[in-house]
Design a protein around this ligand. Structure first.
Ligand code: FAQ
Length: 328
């Protein structure tokens, strides 16, 4: 497997024989499925890759609260409002576990958050699309959390211990999110008016392709995959996970009685997989570069949240210092 990756990676990866003793020991530990822990030796590039991925993941959880937060005041019933509020709070929790996992690598949380705010750090492309109707709350839960689960279940076995352990709880919570989203859509489709059913289809039409893009560029255009797979940070390629998501999602789409905005979507009896049309990668790269429909609005909302919360943080620090003085 490792040798295979050496050949298929975009950059040639080192073989065990080409590594120094520390790096070789590190790679052998990974090959033997032993977790890397914060105090273990690790190559700088492994540390940097993890800080990049975990911080981007944390930023995605935090920015990802915004599209759903938009509908809290307009949830159709008290029960739906409570469910949505609980889900959004879970996402905040995921962000916090992930920032903590990232700190175990020596990264500074404030610095990484600054990178988000000045455009140096990425977050998931999906959260740059607007949520325009109540059905979007169903679609975000079903498709966005659904895609997140497919990507994150293998991360429970990622090679870095703190990240893998954080993912266990995150995945459990994402499963509830996916179900609550799907249940919103089922209710609208089974008990709703024609207008409500049309809202569901409209929402699926808007989120279908962006959800498929969440898995990242196709394998031949994914610069980080080969090395991240050799390090077992990633356990499957972007395209493999995208296919897995599609195969599990199309039957759910059919059960809803809806369609995908993809005329080329069809089941291949021979392979046992669904085939899909061409992804608009230009759109993906535009959104990642900061030119999606809501990029500016999202970052502005995060910046002002930090500014508006400054007095709370200052008060908390002052209070903690006072307690420490009293205790001394
Ligand atoms: N959006 O070489 P690769 C959620 C970037 S959490 C933006 O393939 P890699 C929960 C990538 O960072 C969703 N940028 O990169 C929720 C890299 O940038 P670089 C987030 C993207 O890292 C639900 C460049 O393109 N989940 O949804 C995207 O090996 C509902 C080249 O790509 C995670 O972060 C994208 N979609 O693979 C919350 C999971 N895709 O090198 C609220 C952990 C790629 O310039 C509501 N992350 N890029 O910095 C991963 O598994 C990986 O980082 C991938 C990308 C698979 C996302």
């Amino acid at each position: 497997m490792y040798a295979q990756l050496v050949e298929t990676g975009s950059k040639k990866l080192k073989t065990l024989d080409e590594m120094g003793p520390e790096e070789r020991q590190f790679q052998e530990r990974i090959n033997d499925e032993i977790k890397i822990e914060p105090k273990n030796w690790m190559p700088d590039a492994y540390r940097k890759t993890l800080i990049r991925q975990i911080s981007q993941h944390a930023h995605s959880e935090i920015v990802g609260m915004l599209p759903e937060g938009n509908w809290l005041t307009r949830a159709p019933t008290l029960k739906r409002k409570l469910q949505l509020m609980a889900k959004i709070q879970d996402e905040a929790g995921h962000g916090l576990y992930l920032y903590s996992a990232m700190e175990t690598l020596g990264a500074d949380r404030d610095e990484e958050i600054d990178k988000l705010h000045d455009g140096r750090a990425k977050y998931s492309s999906i959260f740059n699309y607007p949520t325009l109707n109540w059905a979007d709350m169903g679609t975000v839960g079903w498709l966005v959390d659904g895609a997140a689960i497919v990507n994150q279940v293998p991360l429970q076995r990622t090679s870095y211990g703190p990240y893998a352990r954080a993912m266990i709880r995150v995945c459990k919570e994402e499963s509830f999110h996916q179900r609550q989203g799907y249940q919103i859509l089922l209710t609208m489709m089974q008990e709703g008016t024609d207008d409500q059913k049309a809202m569901v289809q409209d929402s699926i039409n808007r989120f279908w392709w962006p959800a498929l893009m969440m898995f990242g560029p196709s394998d031949e255009n994914s610069p980080n995959s080969a090395q991240s797979m050799a390090w077992k940070i990633k356990r499957h390629s972007n395209d493999e996970l995208r296919q897995r998501f599609l195969d599990q999602t199309v039957p759910q789409l059919e059960l809803l009685g809806c369609t995908a905005p993809d005329p080329d979507l069809k089941y291949n009896e021979e392979t046992g997989h669904y085939e899909f049309g061409e992804i608009d990668w230009q759109e993906f790269f535009d959104v990642v570069k900061g030119n999606g429909p809501c990029n500016r609005e999202r970052i502005e909302a995060r910046r002002s949240a930090i500014d508006n919360g400054a007095w709370v943080r200052e008060a908390a620090v002052a209070h903690a210092a006072k307690r420490q003085r009293k205790a001394a």
